[in-house]
Design a protein around this ligand. Structure first.
Ligand code: PLP
Length: 439
């Protein structure tokens, strides 16, 4: 492929024109992408296990999504829902109302990003309950805007230096609810109840809590699935105290975890579902869906925005939902997940720096640690990613040291096998480098 610009030039321009804050997975400029493949400006091909951070579950530039975007752009790019309504917004709200595991009838409102959707989930819950407090988890991630950042349960890099934070945000510890170690169901129940009792005794009374925001699988927090007993315990707790049980399915949704929504895998019936990422197939679109009575609580004009539920983004999302269904991508996620799970099991047996393979559906993670101390080893994780990238596999971490899989679910068997082989070779290279350094 012809190379119009050099990577070196682009990196130099990036350095001069863009602040360091927006992080980079790799020094890479993308030119184009299709399905599970991405090409950089030098024409190098990568198998993409990042998928735009979980945004292209239906694959890069799926022809149905491209066609829907082109058709809609030819008709109406923007009128603003508040000014002149349009059918794609309506149709998508109706579809999501049927799809979410929330006992209906449901209503939906659209926004642009995951952060904006989590902020509005809190606003709607507060309006509906008349209560100020919100409960989220240590290690949880809900975005980078002020309230979303406050809900996000990790200091570096998300909240350090950005205070003061939004008030009335309380946090549950992650270990009782998410720790993947071997625990009996009774033990989990006991530990979860203990953590909740501690929250109510020393931080906030249940009658002041509007909503509890839970990721069914911690995304940025390290690809840790909630324990099924913990999930049910939280749902019960919310029901008991009139707290809105909100599932943040921004990263777990749209087939990634082997069902349309990960909460279905736990047989949960949340009161509210927060969505973004793969919903728009690459266009900025997020949504909050909940029972009509909850959703109608905010006053007219209290929620919304200029771009939320833009016609082109809604048309893309309708195409995404069609592809997910027709190509049975949730089922495919389970098959992909099983193959990755057995690879990760093998890697954790063969390499002392790879531990705790885990996940749900095709959302799988494995930790990179220092074999001596067992502590997280982000430097070694970066070396593993660099080895993989040099062999043509684009990977990223969560929480610095968890290798995570967010490949498009349309990845072919051949591409998946190739990617797994690269991951295996990269792990061998990292082990060999450690042995060489020690001798
Ligand atoms: N919630 C979860 C679970 C996420 O994974 C993310 C982003 O990674 C967000 C919210 C924030 O989404 P956005 O980056 O679109 O604001």
């Amino acid at each position: 492929m012809e190379c119009a610009v050099s990577l070196g030039d682009l990196l130099g321009r990036r350095e001069r024109a863009i602040p360091r804050g927006p992080f980079q997975v790799a020094p890479l400029f993308a030119k184009r992408a299709r399905g599970a493949l991405l090409w950089d400006v030098d024409g190098r091909e990568y198998l993409d296990f990042c998928g735009g951070i979980g945004v292209v579950n239906v694959g890069h530039n799926h022809p149905d999504v491209v066609a829907a975007i082109q058709d809609q752009a030819g008709e109406l790019i923007h009128s603003c829902w508040h000014v002149a309504m349009y059918e794609p917004y309506l149709e998508l709200a109706e579809r999501l109302g049927e799809l979410v595991p929330v006992p209906g009838p449901c209503k939906t409102v659209f926004f642009n990003s995951g952060a904006e959707a989590t902020e509005n989930a809190v606003k709607i819950s507060r309006a509906a309950t008349g209560r100020p407090a919100v409960v989220a988890f240590e290690r949880g991630f809900h975005g980078r805007t002020l309230l979303a950042m406050t809900l996000t349960g990790k200091v570096h890099p998300y909240s350090a230096g950005f205070g003061p934070f939004a008030p009335e945000v309380y946090r549950l510890p992650w270990e009782p609810f998410y720790w993947p170690g071997e625990r009996g169901d009774d033990e989990v129940e006991l530990q979860c109840r203990g953590a909740i009792a501690h929250l109510f005794a020393y931080h906030v009374e249940p009658e002041a809590i509007s909503c509890l925001l839970m990721e069914p699988v911690l995304g940025e927090g390290g690809f840790l699935p909630v324990h099924p007993v913990a999930a049910r315990c939280l749902q019960r707790l919310c029901r008991e105290h009139g707290i809105v049980f909100a599932c943040d399915e921004v990263q777990t949704g749209f087939g990634r975890c082997g069902a349309m929504f990960a909460s279905e895998r736990y047989a949960l019936e949340p009161d509210m579902v927060v969505m973004a990422k793969s919903l728009g197939g690459g266009l900025p679109l997020s949504a909050v869906t909940a029972r009509a009575a909850l959703m109608d609580a905010p006053q007219v004009g209290g929620i919304g925005g200029t771009y939320g539920g833009n016609p082109v983004a809604c048309a893309a999302a309708l195409a995404v939902l069609g592809v997910l269904e027709r190509e049975r991508l949730a089922e495919r996620a389970e098959v992909i997940g099983q193959r990755i799970a057995s690879l990760f099991e093998r890697l954790s047996r063969d390499h002392d720096f790879l531990v705790r393979p885990r996940g749900l559906g095709a959302m799988r993670g494995i930790d990179v640690v220092d074999p001596g101390s067992g502590l997280p080893d982000p430097v070694r994780a970066a070396a593993l990613l660099a080895e993989a990238r040099a062999r043509g596999l684009l990977l990223m971490t969560a929480s610095g040291n968890t290798v995570r899989t967010l490949m498009p679910l349309v990845i072919t068997d051949e591409q998946l096998a190739r990617a797994m082989k690269i991951l295996e070779e990269a792990s061998i290279a990292v082990t060999a480098a450690a042995v060489a350094a020690a001798t």
